[in-house]
Design a protein around this ligand. Structure first.
Ligand SMILES: [Fe+2]
Ligand SMILES: [Fe+2]
Length: 300
């Protein structure tokens, strides 16, 4: 007998997302031609989205070095993507441990984990195809991630998920639409955008309920954790060692990126949607807001 979700909005959303997952899901192992060589001279990221675009360091680079830098920036973002997804999968599985396995909500959570398993393999293959290092998080952030994935529940869990997913999504929507870029990164981005749209819907829906259910102390704590998550995610997007790949000292490259008005504008643009959404929910406030500002994601 078909289970009814009428009158259960949480179940109805999960039911729709399960149907959508059946209609449009990809297997990157089959749907991407991993053996195709990169297109010579094509960027991996719109050059205007490079963290050094518009700086004297950028002006001093050859065209080949600029292309190379965008490749390493993409590999850094993919490495960060794997890191976030591993954290996310563990958080979802931890929640599933207590859930009703017959509910559509729990079943969609498992479906999302299945999506993320394929995504992390896809990002691993992307890094391998790019021929770059895996750019891992710094030890302290790695430790914070371990703590978050082992303990986070409630609003901070879904808000952290959304920040990572929506910032990457902004870059990937632009990449998939830009025909001048490497075909491989465009296809990886298209697959991720299509499947992540469902994850964003699921997390936004759940976050609203979690905020309504949380008391003032839990919310104050959540704002701090969310601010720290936004800060870590943003700082982690471009690993400083990516600059070494084009002969730039990592500390000098990082300092130039942080002072670069183009890059600061890019970061604000990438986080605009999620920052507005979390602000509306009252989650970008108090001491946590200082971290959003230090991350360069909000002003004032
Ligand atoms: Fe993903
Ligand atoms: Fe996701």
């Amino acid at each position: 007998m078909e289970r009814t979700t009428a009158g259960f909005p949480r179940e109805a959303v999960a039911d729709r997302l399960l149907s959508a997952s059946v209609r449009t899901s990809y297997d990157p192992m089959v749907d991407i031609d991993w053996s195709a060589p990169p297109v010579p001279g094509a960027y991996w990221l719109p050059p205007t989205r490079s963290s050094l675009y518009g700086t004297p360091l950028w002006d001093a680079m050859t065209e080949d070095q600029r292309v190379e830098l965008t490749k390493h920036e993409v590999a850094s973002a993919a490495s960060a993507g794997i890191w976030f997804e591993t954290i996310l999968m563990q958080m979802l599985i931890r929640q599933y441990y207590d859930a009703d396995p017959t509910s559509r909500h729990a079943q969609y959570a498992l479906t999302e984990v299945a999506d993320e398993c394929r995504h992390s393999i896809m990002f691993g293959r992307l890094i391998e195809a790019a021929g770059t290092p895996v750019y891992r998080a710094e030890p302290f952030d790695h430790l914070l991630g371990r703590w978050l994935k082992s303990t986070a529940t409630g609003p901070q869990m879904y808000a952290a998920i959304l920040i990572a997913e929506e910032i990457l999504d902004s870059f990937q929507r632009e990449i998939m639409a830009d025909e001048s870029l490497q075909p491989l990164i465009r296809m990886v981005s298209r697959i991720h955008v299509v499947e992540e749209a469902r994850h964003v819907r699921f997390a936004r829906d759940e976050l609203t309920r979690q905020v309504e259910a949380a008391g003032p102390v839990a919310l104050a704590y959540a704002r701090l954790v969310i601010g720290r998550a936004a800060y870590s995610i943003t700082r982690r997007l471009v690993h400083p060692r990516a600059y070494a790949a084009v002969g730039i000292d990592p500390a000098a490259g990082r300092a130039a990126a942080r002072a670069n008005p183009h890059w600061r504008a890019t970061l604000r643009w990438s986080a605009q949607r999620i920052a507005d959404h979390l602000t509306e929910l009252g989650l970008v406030a108090g001491p946590g807001r200082v971290l959003w500002r230090r991350a360069g994601l909000v002003e004032g």
